[in-house]
Design a protein around this ligand. Structure first.
Ligand code: HEM
Ligand code: HEM
Length: 207
């Protein structure tokens, strides 16, 4: 008998309830590619900015510019990923997972999506309120001019200063939330893989 295809399905083709069982089920190639690309870009961007105080002075501005470019790339990829996710039902979680763990996984994934969308957005707003923005135009990787948010840029100076600080705080605390979710997310994946002996990582890996 042919092995049933339990990969992520376009919504139109997906049955209303996918079978929940312990056979191998995987995310689609597009979902995997977007997951790993976004994860790599976010982690790279974080590591790069953590050491900002230790770079030679001449590097600081180019590093911040690169941070913004990678962040905007992440914003585009996350929007694409959310659109893809809306149209494609992910593979059902194994039936052996307790109900509470399934609920926790869904909640953590929804929060992760919210945080990885809001992080670049708050960075972009913070940067659009920067007083030196008009004399330091944004450009993606030094190649493509990228706009700042006009609504923010055209605020009076005092309002911009307040927005600059406020959105930096949002940006910073969202990063803290991401660290916590990341530990939970990776911890849960490793627990399922190595303690529960479920093929958890394979759900997000090709092959
Ligand atoms: C910043 C880094 C990461 C982010 C933002 C992230 C985000 C996400 C999100 C939002 C999902 C849910 C996908 C969906 O249902 O549409 C997911 C699934 C998954 N992630 Fe990550 N992830 C990251 C890093 C990692 C790492 C390092 C691992 C490896 C341990 C990992 C392993 C997985 C696995 C196995 C799934 C599938 C969960 C399932 O449905 O069983 N992720 N990730
Ligand atoms: C992947 C998305 C992003 C992540 C994970 C991220 C994360 C961070 C973190 C952790 C910091 C350091 C906060 C602190 O000092 O405690 C930071 C700083 C900063 N981020 Fe982002 N960011 C992202 C996207 C963006 C975007 C899209 C922009 C602007 C377009 C941006 C602009 C900035 C700026 C201007 C700073 C301050 C740098 C400095 O002066 O030291 N970020 N970001």
């Amino acid at each position: 008998m042919p092995t049933p295809n339990l990969c992520e399905k376009p919504m139109a083709e997906a049955p209303s309830a996918l079978p929940e069982d312990n056979r191998m089920s995987r995310y689609s190639g597009v979902a995997m590619a977007l997951h790993w690309l976004v994860a790599l870009l976010i982690l790279g961007n974080l590591v790069m900015i953590w050491f900002i105080d230790h770079y030679p002075d001449a590097w600081v501005r180019p590093v911040i510019d690169l941070h913004k470019s990678i962040g905007i790339t992440v914003l585009g990829l996350v929007l694409l990923r959310i659109l893809w996710r809306i149209g494609h039902r992910p593979p059902a979680l194994p039936a052996s997972y307790p109900r509470a763990e399934k609920l926790a996984a869904h909640a953590a994934h929804a929060l992760l999506y919210a945080v990885i969308l809001l992080l670049p957005l708050t960075g972009w707003i913070h940067d659009s309120a920067w007083k030196d923005a008009p004399t330091h135009p944004m450009s993606l990787y030094g190649l493509v001019p990228w706009p700042r948010i006009a609504l923010i840029m055209h605020q009076p100076a005092a309002a911009k200063e307040a927005l600059h600080s406020l959105f930096f705080a949002f940006h910073k605390y969202l990063a803290y939330l991401l660290y916590a979710l990341f530990v939970l997310h990776v911890g849960a994946a490793l627990k399922h893989q190595f303690l529960d002996k479920e093929p958890e990582l394979q759900r997000m890996l090709p092959g």
